[in-house]
Structures are given as structure tokens and as C-alpha cells.
Design a binder for this molecule. Structure first.
Ligand SMILES: [Zn+2]
Length: 438
């Protein structure tokens, strides 16, 4: 295979794709879906475009296998988040290449994934690889605002998606050390459960010049102080235990034994405090509460009669929503109302003893010996939740080698991907697909 030529081809496609405006809202993903359709049509790979609402397009392409095994789905999303143009060093929608990097909104999240997944189908087709399962490609709409017009819609209306045995989606990546060597392959197999609350305090309105004891803002602030200081109990899933065990060798010697058995480690008060001061670690060992919106009053000399706050809570899969809510209510006082405004289903993580996970491990062992493949519990939400709900074993893993600095450009300024990552990503995907599907 001529990887230089394939890299050129992928780079050209990604530039074109970034130039298509798919900022959500409004999304306009139909143009992205049409872009893919042209390419698949030219390669005679069957595909179908869906448009459940005007402009909200998604596309499914199918590379047929002999049906001996159930399909594998390569998932990506077409929409992107807005960009603050004035803070970028290049136009975020021009597809500019500079010093080996392709810049643009979607360069990492998630247009590059779409391009290498498409290229993987093209490569398997051109090489006439005999497949024992269908390889599906789905580029969906609306991931950035909840998936309602994308995967959430498609999982009910496009039967072949839910029939897949496996899916690969955005999420983890190969994380690099400062010297460019691979530190770990982070593969997420589960995510936390969304449980968002609104709390409301009522009181008596009045003149700001005459403070009184029934001020809803004061009641709310005092109650929120108790809720946000709540140290929720630890709840360690096997995947999280495994994660800490795998990263233990890289820890300072004094901490290693704590990482190796994280449940025991967390019973040490000093270590527990140290560990949970890291927001990433803290988010995977317990249910969390973030106070995100505060609303009360609109004029400086008026005491309002009502004030509200929003709490973005993320629970460990399997945590009882009922018990959690009881815990919140206990810390508020009776007269403060709580309402659940948004929640996702509590789904167990996908199993790790699978062909697909082993294929990822084999690739890692060959290309980056001694680099661990680390399972992750994502604190955020991706489209994978809709697939796991249907029993599809789903891993969130982008086959890209990224530094922490590069990762931070997702949703940020100067989002970019090293062109070499497109080569690595295509190679890895093709090898994994050959492993599990050929
Ligand atoms: Zn994304």
C-alpha cells in the first residue's frame, strides 16, 4: 500500500470537509453527508443519506462481508462547535496546513475521525479484502447538542446500526509523553450517567434597603454551600480499578502502592485528598456535582421572590439516582425544591474481553511495546450511550497520537491535527479491521 499517496488523499479530503460549514446550531450536516456520498459513490460503496429534519443529514455506508459475523460500526459526527475566529491564528474554516498540522474546527473533533474511517472502507474495498462481517460507516448529525437528529434518531430508524456487534467512536486516544513516545492507549468503554438538577428557593420580595430573613438568594446560597461541599462516597468500578492499576508504574514511588489497589489507597486520608484534588481522577471515583447556573434577582435594590440554580451531576454507572437525590435533598432544606431536568440511562461499561479490544492491544504491543492499553470511564457523554443501550459493544477511541496540549484544542482555539496522525490512524484502523473482520 502506498501510504504516502493515501495520506495525500486523506489530507485533501479533510481540508475540503473542514471547509464545509457544519457548526451546530444550526448543524447543516446534510452538506457533510453529501460530501461523503460523492466519494462513496465514486468508489461504488453503497450508501444512504438520511435527513429526518431539513438540513440535519447523516449517512450510512456499508462494505459488505459474508455475514459470518455481526457488523462492526465506525461512528463519527459531522457537526462541530462554533469557533471564536478572532482568537485563531488561521481561519478555522479554511483547511490551512502549517508546519505539518492541518488547522480547523473539527480537525480533531470529529472530522478527522470521519475521514480516516471513510478511508478505511476505501482501502479495504480497493484491496478486495474478504470480510466475514459488514463494515459500517456512519457519519451522524447533532452530536454536539445531544444527538437527537443523529445517532439517537438513527438507532431507532436504521436497523443495521443496532445489529452491529461492535462500534468504534470518538473519545480516547494514544496519549503522548513530552518526548513524543506513547504513554498509553486510552480506550473508553463506558461513561458516567447524566443527572442534571434545578433547585429553586422561594422567599419574600422587598426593598434592598431593608434586609429580612426570607431572602431566597441567601437561602439558596447557604443550601448550595452544603450541597457542593458534599463529599460523595467512593464507588469504584472494575474498569476504574484497572485504569489505576495500569497507570501505577508511572506514578511517584510513594504513590505506586496506592494506585495498584485504588480502593485500599483511597482509605488512606492523605492519599485520598491528593488523588481527588485531580479533577479527572476525582470524576471517575465518585458521583460529582458542579454548580453551573445561578439565577436570582435582576435589580440591585430589589430582593427577589425566587432564585434558582442548576447542578450538573454525573453519576457512576450503577449508582442509585434515588439515593443520590436523597443525599442532595438532605443537604438542601425542606423548603427548597429540586427537579430533575435531564438524565441519561445508567448503562454498564462495555466488556473488555472481546476480539476488538484484543486487536487494539495487539496493535499497541507491536507498535508501542511496553505501552499499556488503559480502559477509561469517560466523565462526559458521547453518542456511544445510544449504542450501548442497544447492546452494541462500543469503545471510544480515536487512533491518533496526541499530546495533552493538542487534546486541549478540541472545542478550543487553533484546533489542529498533525498530518502524520492521518497516516497512523488509517494504518491502525485498517489493521484492526483486518484483525476482527477479515
Ligand atoms: Zn465530538
Amino acid at each position: 500500500m502506498d501510504w504516502d499517496k493515501l495520506l495525500q488523499e486523506a489530507t485533501h479530503h479533510l481540508q475540503e470537509y473542514i471547509r464545509i460549514q457544519t457548526v451546530n446550531p444550526p448543524g447543516n450536516e446534510i452538506e457533510g453527508a453529501t460530501f461523503f456520498k460523492k466519494i462513496f459513490d465514486a468508489e461504488t460503496i453503497p450508501c444512504q443519506v438520511f435527513e429526518p429534519s431539513p438540513g440535519r443529514g447523516s449517512i450510512l455506508a456499508t462494505l459488505k462481508g459474508n455475514g459470518k459475523k455481526k457488523p462492526i460500526l465506525l461512528l463519527n459526527h459531522i457537526d462541530v462547535v462554533p469557533a471564536e475566529k478572532e482568537h485563531w491564528k488561521v481561519d478555522p474554516f479554511a483547511g490551512t496546513i502549517q508546519d505539518g498540522y492541518l488547522y480547523g474546527r473539527g480537525a480533531l473533533d470529529d472530522k478527522s475521525m470521519g475521514i480516516i474511517e471513510m478511508m478505511a472502507l476505501l482501502i479495504l474495498k480497493r484491496e478486495k479484502v474478504l470480510l466475514k462481517r459488514d463494515v459500517l460507516f456512519f457519519a451522524g448529525a447533532d452530536e454536539e447538542t445531544g444527538g437527537g437528529w443523529g445517532v439517537e434518531w438513527a438507532i431507532e430508524k436504521v436497523p443495521s446500526l443496532a445489529e452491529a456487534e461492535y462500534a468504534l467512536n470518538e473519545g480516547g486516544a494514544v496519549i503522548l509523553n513530552d518526548d513524543g513516545t506513547a504513554d498509553r492507549y486510552g480506550v473508553s468503554n463506558g461513561q458516567k450517567v447524566l443527572f442534571q438538577l434545578e433547585v429553586k428557593a422561594k422567599g419574600t420580595s422587598g426593598h434592598g434597603s431593608m434586609p429580612h430573613s426570607d431572602n431566597p438568594n441567601v437561602k439558596l446560597v447557604e443550601a448550595l454551600e452544603r450541597v457542593t461541599k458534599w463529599e460523595t462516597p467512593y464507588n469504584i468500578l472494575p474498569v476504574v480499578k484497572e485504569y489505576f492499576l495500569k497507570i501505577a508504574p508511572k506514578q511517584p514511588p510513594a504513590d505506586r502502592q496506592f494506585f495498584e489497589d485504588i480502593e485500599k489507597g483511597l482509605s488512606d486520608p492523605a492519599f485520598s485528598k491528593r488523588l481527588t484534588s485531580n479533577p479527572i481522577y476525582n470524576s471517575i471515583v465518585r458521583d460529582t456535582i458542579s454548580l453551573t447556573i445561578l439565577q436570582g434577582g435582576s435589580k440591585i435594590n430589589v430582593i427577589p421572590s425566587e432564585s434558582t440554580a442548576s447542578l450538573d451531576c454525573r453519576l457512576i454507572p450503577g449508582s442509585s439516582k434515588e439515593d443520590f437525590l436523597k443525599g442532595v435533598k438532605k443537604r438542601l432544606v425542606d423548603e427548597i425544591e429540586v427537579e430533575v431536568v435531564s438524565e441519561s440511562r445508567s448503562l454498564p461499561p462495555s466488556p473488555l474481553d472481546t476480539d476488538l479490544f484484543q486487536a487494539i492491544q495487539r496493535f499497541a504491543a507491536k507498535n508501542d511495546p511496553a505501552c499499556p492499553v488503559v480502559p477509561l470511564l469517560l466523565s462526559g457523554a458521547t453518542d456511544s450511550r445510544f449504542l450501548r443501550e442497544k447492546g452494541v459493544i462500543t469503545y471510544d477511541f480515536c487512533p491518533f497520537r496526541l499530546t495533552e496540549t493538542e487534546l486541549k484544542t478540541e472545542h478550543g482555539n487553533d484546533e489542529r491535527i498533525a498530518l502524520e496522525n492521518l497516516r497512523f490512524g488509517m494504518k491502525m484502523l485498517v489493521e484492526i479491521l483486518k484483525d476482527v473482520a477479515a
